[in-house]
Design a protein around this ligand. Structure first.
Ligand code: MSP
Length: 506
């Protein structure tokens, strides 16, 4: 069986997660679920990035040890992912012994090969971002170019990673593998970043101790980014059942951390003599009124409250449909409600309800053997299959929002098919019994197909549709590309509302 390995970044437990973080994890989940549907053996990893000075300081300020501080926050992450129906196969905490062992092993391996050396570091450090900057990189106020907060001058003995040595090899790899950094805009940014020259990277600190100790030199802790990226191999290394998943197929990351994933991480892997991941996909940000969500700006949307109000599937649908992967996208409550009412309650909900209702009313819930039917019936069946095939192509190409739109175009077509064939009229005419049976069968089949196609986006809705259709919960993409799998005497269930309409006050 072909394998597929996808990761999200591991999240900082410094602040509450917001809907922007859930966006990143939802995309990864939809891709992982699609790959399972398509028959791949999938490994989907997420986790928490727990070390560093910032966590240590915050914990201290609350009179806690770092672990006492992060434990409940990390439990909250796990709860949130459950709430969002995230199907990760493992969850890495960088504070776990299994991770510490791998980080130390990689550190040693690179030090032994001569690409980690001891020196003196003087530089500018942004504590909230855990990033070092040079004078040239600071913003116009002399602050961190990412978060625009003040940087601190630090000077200490430190270990360095010989990043400069890998500039040419990285450029060559990027040039020879156009799919390595996606989208192209990020690829071009990284190429010019490397061409400006790479400096060796300071990868240890002595000014605090909440981190993984440098092997044989415990005064130093390993720089949090060096530690964090290694999480991607922690569950695989030395595990004979898991090694097959490396190299990863996709590291999905936000655009501001593409640099760490396409320059530092690959150089570390080259130094450790390991193959590079196949692709780093830099997605855009979820913004509110054009501004990146962040706690300090006070524009964050709480994902837990949102799920309680609208349900996870509706939010997943909105995020996957409204935002083109790679570009920034706007989150707005009004737009979410509009989508729920128009696409979910109306288009999908009505299609299911009308179909099951008519099968109940006109055929006592039983599907009757279909015949070839009219030209309209044939065209409708062909459109279902074409949709499933085109969906596979779009999903393989990770064009998630186009795939969602395609499925909804077909749902619209199915609703129109009801209006065109008017089953309530056919039911009044004994001579039209067989055509009525065709139409109802085609509609039930199209819903079965839709339930497969939407499963990566809305897993619980897919399940509910299948319960109402009384088809097995097991999902396979191949089954969406075949029309006519429902048995001729199949009995469907009672229609139940999928999404209530949300009333909006004028
Ligand atoms: N801990 C590092 C990642 C280490 S990976 C080896 C980190 N953590 S983070 O919690 O700050 O961010 C995690 C991810 O969430 C990033 O990919 C980031 O882009 C994403 N997002 C944070 N805010 C976001 C939005 N508003 N919109 C979309 N994604 C957002 O960086």
């Amino acid at each position: 069986m072909e394998t597929f390995y996808i990761t999200t970044p591991i999240y900082y437990p410094s602040a509450k997660l917001h809907i922007g973080h859930a966006y990143c994890t939802t995309i990864a989940d939809a891709i992982a679920r699609f790959k399972r549907l398509a028959g791949y053996e999938v490994f989907f990893l997420t986790g928490s990035d727990e070390h560093g000075q910032k966590i240590q300081r915050t914990a201290q300020a609350q009179g806690k040890t770092p672990l006492e501080y992060v434990d409940p926050i990390v439990d909250g992450f796990k709860e949130l992912w459950k709430l969002f129906h995230i199907s990760n196969d493992d969850f890495i905490r960088t504070s776990e012994p299994r991770h510490e062992a791998v980080v130390q092993e990689i550190f040693k391996r690179i030090r032994d090969s001569g690409d980690i050396y001891k020196g003196e570091y003087t530089g500018l450090y942004c504590t909230p971002c855990e990033s070092y900057w040079t004078e040239l990189q600071l913003d116009e106020h002399g602050c961190c170019p990412d978060c625009h907060r003040p940087v601190e001058k630090v000077s200490e003995e430190a270990y360095f990673f010989r990043l400069s040595k890998y500039a040419d090899a990285l450029l060559k790899h990027i040039e020879e593998h156009p799919e390595f950094i996606v989208p192209t805009s990020r690829r071009n940014e990284m190429i010019s970043f490397i061409k400006r020259g790479l400096e060796d990277l300071c990868i240890s600190r002595t000014s605090f101790d909440w981190g993984i100790p440098v092997p044989d030199d415990r005064r130093h802790v390993i720089y949090v980014w060096f530690d964090a990226v290694i999480n991607y191999i922690t569950p695989l290394i030395h595990n004979p059942d898991m090694e097959k998943f490396w190299p990863a197929d996709i590291h999905l990351v936000g655009k501001e951390i593409v640099r760490f994933h396409t320059i530092i991480w690959p150089a570390m892997l080259m130094a450790a003599g390991m193959p590079l991941p196949k692709q780093i996909y830099g997605h855009g940000w979820l913004v509110t009124d054009g501004d990146k969500m962040s706690k300090s700006k006070g524009n964050v949307v709480d994902p837990v409250a949102l799920v309680e109000e609208f349900g996870a599937d509706a939010i997943r649908y909105f995020l996957l449909r409204e935002i083109t992967l790679g570009l920034d996208g706007n989150f707005s409550r009004d737009a979410l409600i509009q989508r729920i009412n128009a696409d979910l309650a109306n288009d999908l909900g009505n299609l299911l309800h009308r179909t099951l209702n008519m099968i109940g009313k006109f055929q006592q819930k039983i599907l009757l053997p279909p015949t070839e039917g009219t030209d309209l019936d044939k065209a409708f069946r062909a459109e279902a299959i074409d949709t499933a095939r085109e969906y596979r192509r779009l999903m393989e190409a990770i064009q998630l929002s186009d795939a969602v739109k395609l499925v909804w175009k077909f749902i619209g077509r199915a609703n129109k098919y009801i209006d065109e064939t008017m089953p309530w009229k056919l039911a009044k005419d004994a001579a039209q019994r067989s055509e009525l049976a065709n139409v109802l069968y085609n509609l039930a089949e199209s819903l079965r197909i839709v339930s497969v196609l939407i499963a990566p986006f809305m897993p619980s809705t897919a399940q509910r549709i299948r319960e109402q259709l009384k088809v097995p919960q097991e999902l396979r993409l191949d089954d969406a590309e075949t029309f006519g799998l429902l048995a001729a005497n199949h009995e469907v269930g009672k229609p139940e509302q999928l999404f209530p309409r949300i009333l909006v006050e004028k």
